[in-house]
Design a protein around this ligand. Structure first.
Ligand SMILES: C[S@@+](CC[C@H](N)C(=O)[O-])C[C@H]1O[C@@H](n2cnc3c(N)ncnc32)[C@H](O)[C@@H]1O
Length: 248
């Protein structure tokens, strides 16, 4: 049976929004529990890669920002004068981000928007980060093209998401782990096993680190490369916008 939150058509967005609306209140807690806190390290790596080599203030877009983890980390790490904007299409996730913003006196801005139709002019950002977001978007190539459009020449994009391990044995163990533990998480924290079973099921159709590298090239991004974490179960994809804007 197909997961009720997953489809590869025009219903993908509304289903994903429904799921994250349901998860929002306990989303941060479940991340810590299911990754044993490791997601914090991977998110720090994402920001380090996004800002590497920058010598001045940066305009940073945190796409699919959810409750704002990457936005707040970017604000902490970027040079003075930088500006961070988080964008997400699920209002309850943004509500948590805005609450955290008040609690921490952050200056990050949060806006509602769709990754496939960003409400920003061409070249508006020096860096784009996407944490566990690309896998949820119906058309990842179109989303990467949209990221390239809003990036300034030589601006950088970093995508963090679940990966696919290299070895067959590691792949089997990993899939079995996800298919056993995730529904349990969904049931325990949200009374609905399908919420977190969505992770392994969406991963089946997601190209992961190697496929995203190819999609980045196809989207016209330069220098596409990836780094793996934890035996390839997590992937970090990095690329840059071309030095001169070309046809999109
Ligand atoms: C797994 S959460 C990740 C949140 C955060 N980046 C993190 O790493 O904790 C995925 C987020 O992507 C958002 N999202 C999915 N598709 C989107 C789209 N097309 N446009 C904007 N946001 C989207 C969801 O609303 C959700 O908040």
């Amino acid at each position: 049976m197909t997961n009720k939150y997953l489809s590869y058509d025009g219903q993908r967005g509304p289903k994903v929004r429904e799921m994250f609306s349901r998860l929002a209140a306990r989303y941060d807690l479940v991340n810590d529990v299911m990754s044993f806190g490791l997601h914090r390290k991977w998110k720090k790596d994402t920001i380090r890669l996004a800002l590497a080599g920058r010598t001045g203030p940066a305009r940073i877009l945190d796409l699919c920002c959810g409750t704002g983890d990457l936005s707040f980390l970017a604000e902490e790490s970027a040079l003075p004068g930088s500006r961070v904007t988080g964008v997400d299409f699920t209002f309850p996730m943004l509500r948590v981000a805005r609450r955290r913003r008040l609690e921490t006196r952050s200056r990050s801005g949060f806006a509602q928007g769709d990754a496939l139709r960003l409400p920003f002019p061409d070249g508006a950002f020096d860096a784009v980060t996407v944490g566990y977001g690309l896998r949820n978007i119906a058309d990842p190539l179109a989303a990467l093209r949209e990221m390239r459009r809003v990036l300034a020449p030589r601006g950088r994009v970093v995508v963090l998401d679940f990966g696919k391990p290299d070895g067959r044995a590691a792949g089997v163990v990993y899939r079995t782990f996800l298919r056993t533990v995730m529904p349990l998480m969904g049931w325990l924290f949200h009374g609905d096993p399908e919420t977190y079973l969505y992770i392994p099921e969406s991963l089946e159709g997601y190209p992961a680190q190697r496929g995203v590298q190819a999609l980045m090239r196809e989207a016209g991004l330069d220098g596409a490369r990836y780094e793996s974490r934890l035996l390839g179960t997590m992937g970090l994809n990095v690329a840059e916008a071309p030095a001169a804007p070309g046809p999109l």
